[in-house]
Write a protein that binds this ligand. Sequence first.
Ligand SMILES: [Zn+2]
Length: 544
Amino acid sequence: MIHLSFRRRDGLARTGVLYQGARPPLRLPAVAGWREHFADPGTLQNTNLPLCAPVAFVSQYPPPEGIQPVSIHPQRENRAQSGDCVMVAGWQTAFHNPRNYVDWLIGLKEKTPPDTVWYAPASALPSTVAILCYSGFDLFDYTAVDLMSAKGRFCTPEGDLPRDAQESGICSCPGCAVHDLKEHNRSVVREEIARVRWFIDHGQLRDLVESRCRLDAAQVAILRHLDRQYTVMERAVPIARGGVMRANSGESLHRPEVRRFMERVIGRYIPPKTDVAVLLPCSAKKPYSVSRSHRKFQQAIGGRAHELIITSPLGLVPRELECVYPAGHYDVPVTGHWDAEECTVISDILVRYFEKHPYRRVIAHLEGGALKVAELAADRCGMTLEYSCREHPAGTAALSALDAALAGERRIKDNRLLGMISYQFNADVDTRGIVSRGRFPELFYSRDNSQLFSIDTATGLLRPTFNGWALIPEGYRVQIDDFMPEGDVLVPGVTGADPAIRDGDEVLVKGARAIATGRAALPAEDILRSRRGVAVRVRKIKKL
Ligand SMILES: [Zn+2]
């Protein structure tokens, strides 16, 4: 009998605990000895088929029934159920072909319930566990490192080295102290898994994977192929995290949350009513408004234009969205120079935005790479840019030129709330009569003294009250059965969920007896495909 409890999820990766009868519980992701934790290998006949074996071959070798782990294979119909431990034999061979790795992985994930533990036998090396966990594997054994020990290879998170590297002082684990290669290799894979667990719990696994994969071309290729599976990966990535998003590599441009931000700015976001825009550079400090340079820009603009920040890797951040994850959370190396891919991807975003929202005047208050990108975009959509500077945007001369360029333009009505509602809930809302109070960025919105929304300063997301939800006509609803929720809403009580819901989204729970506000703990699809676990962390319940 196994029992499974996931704690944190980040994309396909999870942390949690696996309880297996009388055996000691395992903190996932975990590496464990085969005999202590898994079925007797003798009972697993017909499970070790090559991953590339065709259907006709695989169907001749049905896996054993009724034992854990349940063997799954890209060419076999899914037999696993919620709560099972599933095993993908031979996964280490998938590293030889990154495209297959990703195709098989996505296929297997789609046909297997999300609340299952994923075991990759003979696959875990200190250099591969980060990407394996990022791919959604939770459980490993010592076979791969023991094989390395037998071959006289010294394993490190940076790859495996010749045996004499053990004498170089790279590692001072108890194994190395007594020149025991096997003990070292086992200890370093345990250590790396503990590190991965920490990074998952803190919402930073992607940053670790981007750094770990550098020394192995296959892993870089796997990461890039996974990013191309945008629909699947975006669904799994939480809507926000509290910490910093480090955008330090070329892959950052294609991170699912970065692309989701871009797509929502184009597809959902509703700008305030004005036909004058100023393009501004980003600032290292976030949200931009609290930086010195942006305070100067805002003073010079005096509310007479819509402010759009041009930045890598997010592309274009309307002022209204500056606090929303990841706009208020990213850190990026600033050189002033933008590479060709950044220029292409980001100018493309600008073209799409300006084709959807044409302005009478667009003033570029930019320099360097950001200016070049704006010019590229303007060329492509036949837009004439005005320039208030070409260098030192925060300098006195540039700021006076910006002020002068806006002479005669009328002050526009600030509508930060509409910008945020449209982005977060894909809704258009009449915000007339709504007033804000509080000290930026901790704002509260109300109408007729009744509070409608507050801003969660950690994520920059709006938190609607029941009255706030009444303004949002549809979407982000979770339907529950005819019961009175006490505390969090669990998966079995849910009868329906808006497919747009992602882990961390604000949702309205609706049932026959009660409604509740809260935050989704899983994406809609996983809520509907799972049998256990928390679906919504409830904040407030109202009896009907
Ligand atoms: Zn060591």
